[in-house]
Design a protein around this ligand. Structure first.
Ligand code: HEC
Length: 154
């Protein structure tokens, strides 16, 4: 896995695409809307950190700490709770295999929480930017891994 500022830049691209898709998701209701909103908030925070690491926004460890905390707050159980079995109502892009491979899905949600916590800790210690970028790369990689496995692009 490539980590560092390069993946930070990639993550920004990735999140940009995801944000574009989110606009097309008007009409979602109930739990599907709730998780889309949570994912959108995650993506806003990822984008904010990505811009700082890319140098298109002022580097601010306090803001990275806040953003990482917001991401971890949406991860783990908070995320898996938003995926009750069979919740596939249109325009959801969730894959039905989530519930066939639930332990794997939970692992991805948990690793997002762990990686976001690690990012938060580094930012809180005002660690060097290279370490922060590496930790951010891990967060972004988790989004991608889970989306590739469990999100169907419609
Ligand atoms: C445990 C798996 C998992 C992880 C981890 C995950 N996502 Fe998602 N994400 C999904 C699934 C599944 C959907 C589709 C949900 C739906 O449409 O019902 C989704 C949808 C989205 C959407 C579209 C929301 C919308 O309005 O349609 C965005 C944006 C998004 N994710 C961003 C992220 C970012 C950024 C990260 C990482 C920081 C991330 N996600 C981590 C599973 C995950």
């Amino acid at each position: 896995m490539i980590i560092g500022t390069r993946s930070a830049a990639l993550a920004v691209t990735l999140v940009g695409l995801a944000a574009g898709a989110a606009l097309a998701h008007g009409g979602a209701t109930g739990i599907v809307k709730e998780r889309m909103d949570a994912m959108t908030d995650i993506s806003r925070n990822v984008k904010s950190v990505g811009q700082m690491l890319k140098g298109t926004a002022v580097y601010n460890p306090e803001e990275i700490k806040r953003a990482a905390n917001a991401i971890s707050g949406h991860a783990g159980d908070a995320m898996t709770e938003l995926f009750p079995e069979g919740s596939l109502k249109s325009p959801s892009e969730a894959s039905p295999t989530i519930w066939e491979e639930w332990p794997e899905f939970v692992t991805f949600a948990d690793s997002l929480e762990t990686s976001a916590r690690a990012l938060e800790d580094l930012a809180a210690q005002d660690a060097d930017q290279k370490s922060v970028a590496a930790a951010f790369g891990k967060v972004a990689a988790t989004c991608k891994t889970c989306h590739e496995a469990f999100r169907i692009k419609k």
